[in-house]
Design a protein around this ligand. Sequence first.
Ligand code: ATP
Ligand code: MG
Length: 291
Amino acid sequence: MIEIKNLTKVYPRGKKKALDGVNIAIPNGIFGLIGRNGAGKTTLMRIVATVMDQTDGVIFIDGVDLKKCKSDFRKSLGYLPQSTKLMPRLNIVEFLDYICVMRGIKDKAKRRELIASIIETVGLVGEEKKQLGKYSGGMLRRAGIAQAMIGDPKTLIIDEPTTGLDPEERIYFLNLLSRIAQDRTIIFSTHIISDIELLCKNICILELGQVKYLGDKENFINVLEGRMFEHEGTSDDEAKLRQSAVVTSVSYVEGVAHIKYVADAPVLETSRPTEPSLEDAYINALGGVKR
Ligand SMILES: Nc1ncnc2c1ncn2[C@@H]1O[C@H](COP(=O)(O)OP(=O)(O)OP(=O)(O)O)[C@@H](O)[C@H]1O
Ligand SMILES: [Mg+2]
């Protein structure tokens, strides 16, 4: 169990707080961190991964202050940063062997066995001879996960792994995460709401360094039950709805506005009740879709 208490971060040259009194308890399983660019996701993950210190607040790992159990926690942690430059001239076997050595696995036969099994898990069999510099984005992400899994970590921190992947590779990667999630805690950040839909039970939405929502994904959607409406109409209708409701999506098809919005009762006469999606709940939490 990871408990984050009142976590605050001000970067040396930062004008505002990148994290501002964040409180989160992270249970086992896959925990999804969502938020706009600059919300503070990477900052939070780097502090939990012990790559950077907080300005204020405490993180407890199974009840112990992370500052007091840093080296033990690191041994049970795998971290895949948002932007990683893997060693481009090495192939995956050489690269993972290097990571194994760094992680203190001395026995060569053991390393070979472990590397073969991890390569199998992440689906890179047949790609062993290719230099990492020649890998595609998806393959690099798999190599990154392979690297993070060495030492069989109980906690994995994975920062926006699906950004830039094609749909097929994204689904492969999400499946991979759900397969390796057993008996682990995975903290996973994304911009893509459907990633969360597929993977996580518990979520946290960060906005400007603060927690906007924390808890069960289903509850997050249920809050909108009975308050979600759809409307087909004109751009004047859109303007009216934007004034008196929270608009979560707008699209124009052949000149007709298709609008979804949150309100206690229908704002316009011809609006119909509809089911909320996770995307609606997310956009609602952030105050509605931008113009
Ligand atoms: N090294 C730094 N120095 C100063 N400010 C920083 C630094 N790194 C991040 N910030 C600021 O801290 C805030 C949070 O940034 P962070 O990278 O944690 O957000 P994020 O949610 O990961 O965004 P993204 O989705 O774009 O990756 C932003 O306002 C950012 O500009
Ligand atoms: Mg980030």
